[in-house]
Ligand binder design. Structure first.
Ligand SMILES: [Zn+2]
Length: 70
């Protein structure tokens, strides 16, 4: 197995790693409620997709349950 002849300098190493970053996820806006959502997916806030209601809208019941405990 061949071995490198020279040690990679920190400059060259860092230049190589300059591409090792994450890109922000693409986001789209819901046409029904205007909430930011993932593209090609049902809106989590209102349950609409492509202008149709496919899921029941999310209630704030979970928040009230949370406050009832404390
Ligand atoms: Zn929505």
């Amino acid at each position: 197995m061949p071995t490198p002849k020279f040690r990679t300098s920190s400059s060259k190493r860092n230049m190589r790693r300059s591409h090792h970053h994450l890109t922000p996820a693409g986001m789209s806006v819901c046409t029904n409620c205007g909430q930011v959502k993932k593209p090609h997916s049902v809106c989590e806030a209102c349950g609409h997709h492509k202008g149709k209601a496919v899921l029941p809208a999310k209630q704030s019941a979970s928040n009230s349950e949370f406050s009832a405990e404390s």
